[in-house]
Design a protein around this ligand. Sequence first.
Ligand code: ZN
Length: 231
Amino acid sequence: MRTIKLLATIQKIDLELDADRRKFTENKQAMAPPETLKKLAAEVKEAESKVTYWQKERRAREAAITEQSKKIQDEEKALYSGRVGDPREQLARQQHVESLKRHLETLEERALEAMIALEQSQETWEQLKQTFEAQKSAWLRRRTELEKEQEAIVAHARALKMRRESVLKQLDPKEIDRYEQMRKRLGGLAVVKLSHRSCGGCGASLPTSVVQQVRSGELVKCPICGRLLYD
Ligand SMILES: [Zn+2]
């Protein structure tokens, strides 16, 4: 086979390998847990700590009610036991019980607030957990798909490399070197197909003499971009 045809074959294989590499990198990035999922996980954690906070708070506020009720009970017991004879002292004690009862109401309100806050925080936590789980399983499904895709890409690239090796064996090492250098310099594209009478790389119209040389299978470069041309 003519050198140019072999180089054109190598070029086609290399372009496919480039595409495989790009896709592989792209998939690898897509396989990482998405930022939204990480953010959601943090939100779930925060919601959970709010629930814990309100659970403790509710217990503490309810304990305060129990304590206050006990205090009132004890005070009332003393008040109605008849042991306090002095009317002035009795009035003062009655007023004290009244103030204790008013404070009990405040404590009850606070306990109710804690109960409502706890319910709300639990609801928020549940919702966030559901959203997180749904997004997580969607990501895991996608990751499984991508893993399969990666395996296919690796197998495809392996086959391409084997074909490349067998073509390389038919080429002069000097030609291979020249091709590699050109590919580096020309953005991965060193050998291009003639497109009618133009260069398939840069689009320049080619002189008839060049077109004829290309058609006869000679090693000819585009005078504009310097790429090797084949027909
Ligand atoms: Zn060109």
